[in-house]
Design a protein around this ligand. Structure first.
Ligand code: FES
Length: 101
């Protein structure tokens, strides 16, 4: 069973293989944007994947296109709704108003 560690809080939650990061965060009561309900259209679930990038699903063309429209995107940027977890632990960083800072 994979784990998902959330920065900056450092909280770690258990996740299900094949679940999206967005589903996992919402299921644990973590605040994260999801205005389009996971269709890679709004960009409000933008996060940084700090660790475990090799074990998660690859970026789709739709996700890549949406990320191109978001200010502040970096090499670790992903959309939480588009990431499917594998069996490895993953660490993500919540951004902006959802970071808890
Ligand atoms: S929920 Fe809209 S892009 Fe992820």
């Amino acid at each position: 069973m994979p784990t998902l560690t959330i920065m900056p809080s450092g909280k770690t939650i258990e996740a299900n293989e094949g679940a999206s990061v967005l589903e996992t965060l919402l299921g644990a009561g973590e605040p994260i944007g999801h205005k389009c309900d996971g269709k890679a259209e709004c960009g409000s679930c933008h996060i940084f994947v700090q660790e475990g990038r090799k074990g998660i699903s690859r970026m789709t063309p739709e996700e890549n296109a949406k990320l191109d429209t978001i200010v502040g995107v970096g090499s670790k940027s992903r959309l939480a709704c588009q990431i499917r977890l594998g069996s490895e632990p993953v660490t993500v960083e919540l951004l902006g108003e959802f970071s808890g800072l």
